[in-house]
Design a protein around this ligand. Structure first.
Ligand SMILES: [Zn+2]
Length: 236
C-alpha cells in the first residue's frame, strides 16, 4: 500500500551499506520510522529526504507495518540551520522534544505545525524565543501545560518572590508552594504564551532561565534529558 504524508525528519540512522532509517513526525500518523534505500550512494536522488530537519511530502510504501520512502517533494530543508551552531542545537532540541513526546502511534498534527513553525523562525535567525514558545506548546499538547497566571493557591497576582510548582506546572507565590523562580522567567513565559507581560523583564537572561525551567519540567514530566537543549544553553 502507498501512502502520502507531510512529515519532518526528527533523526536519522545509517544502516547497511547504502541505506538510512529516518524517524518521521507526520501530521496524521504520529511518529513513524521509514527506510530510505540506497540514499548514501553518490548522486542519490532522495538524499535531501534523508537529512535531519527535512520537511517534505513523503510517499511511503507500507508492507507488514514497515515503511519505505519511495519519493518526496521538499517543502523546506531549513539548510541555514547548519550554518550556526546555536541554531543547529535549538533546532535539534525541537526534534529531540518531538521524538520524546510522541511515542509511536500517538497522533497530533498540531505538534508538526508547531515544530515546523519553530524551525522556520530559527532558520530566519531567532533561536531562544522560538524554542521557549515551541517547548511550551509541545508540553501543552502532551497534556502538561505551563500555567503563568495569578497564584492558583491564593489567587494573588505574582510580584516579588515567586516560585514554580512542578506537580501542577504552575507559577505561584514563593510562600504558597514550589521552588524559587524569578520574575524574569515568569514574564518571559507569559510573553511566549501571548499573555500581557512586563517587557523590561523579558530579557536574554529571562529566556535563558525559562529554557532551564522548561528543561527541568520536561525531565520531570516526560523523563529523559533534552541534551541538545543542554548544549544550546551551554552556548547561550
Ligand atoms: Zn499564592
Amino acid at each position: 500500500m502507498e501512502i502520502k504524508a507531510d512529515a519532518l525528519v526528527l533523526r536519522t540512522a545509517d544502516y547497511g551499506e547504502h541505506d538510512r532509517m529516518v524517524t518521521l513526525l507526520t501530521a496524521d500518523r504520529g511518529k513513524i520510522g521509514a527506510a530510505v534505500k540506497g540514499v548514501r550512494k553518490a548522486g542519490a536522488k532522495l538524499r535531501f529526504a534523508a537529512q535531519p530537519f527535512c520537511f517534505a511530502e513523503y510517499v511511503l510504501a507500507e508492507r507488514a507495518g514497515r515503511y519505505t520512502v519511495i519519493s518526496a517533494s521538499l517543502y523546506d530543508g531549513f539548510y541555514s540551520l547548519r550554518e550556526d551552531i546555536g541554531a543547529l542545537y535549538a533546532a535539534s532540541a525541537v526534534c529531540e522534544a518531538c521524538d520524546g513526546l510522541m511515542y509511536e502511534g500517538m497522533v497530533d498534527g498540531r505538534l508538526l505545525v508547531e515544530a515546523v513553525g519553530a524551525l522556520r523562525a530559527m532558520a530566519a535567525g531567532e533561536t531562544a524565543r522560538p524554542l521557549v514558545k515551541f517547548l511550551l506548546a509541545a508540553l501543552r499538547l502532551a497534556g502538561y501545560p505551563v500555567r503563568a497566571g495569578d497564584c492558583p493557591f491564593c489567587g494573588k497576582p505574582l510580584t516579588g518572590r515567586i516560585a514554580f510548582e512542578f506537580a501542577g506546572g504552575t507559577f505561584c507565590c514563593a510562600g504558597c508552594a514550589g521552588t524559587p523562580a524569578s520574575l524574569s522567567t515568569y514574564h518571559t513565559v507569559r510573553s511566549a504564551l501571548g499573555l500581557s507581560c512586563d517587557g523590561a523583564l523579558c530579557t536574554e537572561d529571562g529566556l535563558r532561565r525559562a529554557l532551564r525551567l522548561l528543561r527541568a519540567y520536561y525531565a520531570a514530566k516526560i523523563g529523559g534529558d533534552l541534551s541538545a537543549l543542554a548544549s544550546f544553553l551551554g552556548l547561550f
